[in-house]
Design a protein around this ligand. Structure first.
Ligand SMILES: [Ca+2]
Length: 362
């Protein structure tokens, strides 16, 4: 299992694609009595002694100019909707793979994926050759995250991360850990802006601070983003080479194994299935082909020749019967981008649906 910050990154990313609709709904309700735009009413952190003390401390820890850091934090504004968005939903709706799938595996997104692939064919091939990560995976991730750059988020990242650092809702079940996480993300964000000489107020992202076409959190940017076109800058907003190379590098860093399938079909007779044992490790691949079969899972063909461990992946379909697949270590690797088997499956199916539309070359 990975560390907490990755859980939090992925939780933030998990909701990145769906937050804008929720946000606009909430905004229109809360503003019904008050026509003023949110920015007018928003409190600035310039007057907050805790924020200024944080800036001082953060500048020292990261060898940044304290005056510059304070001047940036002073421009940050509280976004009142964000503390509500970060709270777990009051009612957990039943998971539904069929509904989730329909949001992502649909003609418009596939068509945008085909255009993205054709436009960036050379870069995708170069990334595959450099990192051993298939082109369809890179295309699938960017499509699920941001619809190929159409939905990269409309919050100023500086405001979003400042709000989650200085005004994190204390009623959150893991408030202290998450606030500490976002404090580090804000520090990393400012370090990126300083290094790239970007005005931090110009960068927009999700309410949790995920940025650019691949929706990298600042810590992911610092640790995994690459300058893939060699222009001495990393730009995940406008530079397709850096975007494509960074996604591929991320999966290489999380042990993507070149050539290994992500999953195999699986069937079973429920009476002969040791469901408790198979579900115990959740999505972590644990069972050899032999032990998977001895517990009642039925796999065929190539799956029988698989040499690594497998996991029984269950995807709920609301009131309909669940879907199951046998997930490999590469399926697990995709969940390191976002801790959700539903997310991983959507990335796989979108990427492969796009790939089927790309004429294969000799
Ligand atoms: Ca670059």
């Amino acid at each position: 299992m990975r560390n907490l910050s990755l859980i939090l990154i992925s939780m933030a990313l998990l909701f990145s694609a769906s937050t804008q609709a929720a946000e606009s709904t909430k905004k229109s309700k809360s503003k019904s009595k008050n026509k003023a735009p949110a920015q007018t009413a928003a409190a600035s952190y310039a007057q907050r002694s805790d924020a200024m003390a944080w800036a001082e401390r953060m500048a020292q820890e990261n060898q940044l100019d304290p005056q510059w850091v304070k001047a940036q934090v002073a421009q940050a504004k509280l976004i009142p909707s964000i503390p509500k968005l970060i709270l777990p939903p009051a009612q957990v709706s039943q998971k539904n793979w069929a509904a989730y799938r329909a949001r992502f595996i649909e003609p418009k997104r596939i068509q945008a994926g085909v255009q993205f692939w054709q436009r960036h064919q050379a870069l995708l091939l170069q990334a595959e050759q450099t990192y051993g990560v298939p082109q369809w995976l890179i295309v699938g991730v960017i499509g699920v995250e941001t619809f190929y750059g159409q939905h990269t988020g409309n919050f100023r990242v500086l405001d979003a991360l400042s709000t989650l650092t200085f005004d994190f809702p204390m009623e959150h079940p893991r408030a202290k850990e998450r606030q500490a996480f976002f404090s580090k993300e804000l520090a990393q964000f400012l370090a990126i802006a300083a290094k790239e000489k970007i005005n931090p107020t110009k960068l927009k992202g999700s309410y949790a601070g995920a940025m650019g076409l691949p929706q990298f959190m600042p810590s992911s940017w610092v640790n995994f983003a690459v300058d893939f076109d060699g222009d001495k800058h990393i730009d995940l907003f406008n530079n397709p080479a850096d975007v494509i190379g960074s996604v591929a590098n991320y999966f290489k860093a999380f042990q993507w194994q070149t050539g290994m399938p992500t999953h195999y079909p699986v069937t079973f007779n429920r009476d002969q299935l040791d469901m408790d044992a198979l579900m115990a490790p959740d999505i972590l691949p644990t069972f050899s082909v032999n032990s998977f079969q001895s517990k009642g899972a039925v796999i065929e063909g190539d799956a029988l020749l698989h040499s690594g461990p497998l996991a029984l992946i269950e995807l709920l379909n609301g009131n309909e019967p669940p879907s199951y697949v046998a997930g490999t270590e590469n399926f697990y690797a995709i969940t390191r981008y976002n801790w959700s088997s539903y997310y991983a499956m959507a990335v796989i199916e979108l990427g492969q649906a796009v790939a089927r539309e790309i004429p294969s070359k000799p």
